[in-house]
Design a protein around this ligand. Structure first.
Ligand code: PLP
Length: 390
């Protein structure tokens, strides 16, 4: 039997993640220093792990409400109100999900009819384009540019709007560029969304990780935006909880209800122990987040300086834990640079094209790894660049 013919054509058409392919090669090698991984190198703070252990000890091993534990939803409402200045009703406007990954999928599946267009800035997180396709939507990339420090501009967004545009997806601080948005630019983008009746999915997963005292503004908090925004957030990055697989979406009640219908049949509820751990994270995790943020900032300063010293221009990102240096002066493509660096110097970074065609000419390096390893990696990168330029 040729099973390939039985696989849905829209699934067959989706390429495998460029990151996964690359890391299968990395895993087959020894002594590689990886600047490729998009997850914190810190262990989950102990109190949060302990909360998961207590959860099991107390026998919290059953399903929860489809929307998630009421106490967790209350804590989420308080946290989002305090940190983002947007109010949500824990009873009807918050759904706990299996990471932001599931929240993105739920929101898209709840919103899209076949053929609806979803705009998103590019380069962007690898899942955006395929998640739209899997929900039968049409992905429309809005390019962002190194000259603008990879901010999405209202002008570029306006150029891509058509009568089929329905949703704008955005993620600032951004994976892979580390870009953030100014409040002024967000206001212009919000105006376009209101004028064109767009729903916005704002992926806030890196919003706690901002540097140089930068303050983060969520588009959901701007006038007229709460009613048309799905606010997506989770615990993976700021609280170093990737393996817990826990996140949430906040949105006006009709949209939350629609997402809940998809979620209740596909997932039922998020993991119960992870929900208990998430309560602890929101109640006591702020100091841990501050400690990790400080460490990331020191690493960012080192890595940005090192790339610029090498003549590989790298703007200073104000958020997330990635840098996105420009490697065009080496004459190599992103993929050639990344493969060459891996083969010759055993340093792994991700080709910018893994995040969309507009990532060409750049590589993504994560500084969610120890400063000691980053220093060794930068010495090896300097050797590689010198050899390529000879
Ligand atoms: N959104 C962005 C921008 C990410 O970078 C990631 C993970 O790297 C995710 C969502 C997925 O997060 P989660 O672990 O909450 O599913």
């Amino acid at each position: 039997m040729n099973l390939t013919n039985h696989i849905a054509s829209h699934v067959r058409g989706i390429p495998r993640s460029g990151i996964r392919d690359f890391f299968e090669i990395v895993q087959s090698m020894q002594d590689v220093i990886s600047l490729g991984i998009g997850e914190p190198d810190f262990h989950t703070p102990w109190r949060i792990r302990e909360a998961a252990i207590y959860s099991l000890e107390r026998g919290h091993t059953g399903y929860t409400s489809n929307l998630g534990l009421p106490k967790l939803r209350e804590r989420i409402a308080q946290y989002v109100s305090k940190h983002f200045r947007v109010g949500y009703d824990p009873a009807t406007e918050i759904i706990v999900t299996v990471g932001v990954s599931e929240a993105i999928d739920l929101a898209l599946r709840a919103l899209l009819n076949p053929g609806d267009e979803v705009l998103y800035h590019e380069p962007c997180y690898v899942s955006y384009n395929p998640s739209v396709v899997l929900a039968h939507g049409v992905p429309v990339a809005v390019p962002t540019h190194a000259a603008d420090n990879f901010r999405m501009t209202a002008e570029e967004l306006a150029k891509k709007i058509t009568p089929r545009s329905k949703v704008l997806m955005m993620n600032f601080p951004c994976n892979p560029t580390g870009a953030t948005q100014t409040r002024e630019e967000l206001e212009k983008i919000a105006r376009i969304c209101i004028e064109n009746n767009l729903v916005v999915l704002t992926d806030e997963i890196y919003s706690e990780l901002t540097y140089d005292g930068a303050t983060h503004t969520s588009i959901a908090s701007l006038p007229g935006m709460r009613e048309r925004t799905v606010f997506l957030h989770g615990f993976s990055k700021a609280f170093a909880m990737t393996g817990f697989r826990i996140g949430y979406a906040c949105a006006p009640a009709p949209l939350t209800e629609a997402m809940m219908r998809v979620h209740q049949y596909a997932i039922l509820c998020a993991n119960t122990m992870a929900q208990d751990a998430a309560i602890e994270a929101l109640e006591s995790g702020d100091n841990d987040v501050a400690m990790m943020r400080k460490e990331y900032e020191a690493r960012r300063n080192f890595i940005v300086r090192s790339f610029n010293d090498l003549g590989l221009p790298c703007f200073t990102p104000l958020g997330a834990f990635y840098v996105f240096p420009d490697i065009r002066s080496t004459g190599l493509t992103s993929r050639e640079f990344s493969m060459g660096l891996l083969e010759k110097k055993k340093v792994a970074c991700v080709p910018g094209t893994a995040f969309g065609a507009s990532g060409e000419g750049h590589i993504r390096c994560s500084y969610a790894t120890s400063l000691e390893k980053i220093k060794i990696a930068m010495t090896r990168i300097a050797e590689f660049v010198a050899e390529v330029r000879k």
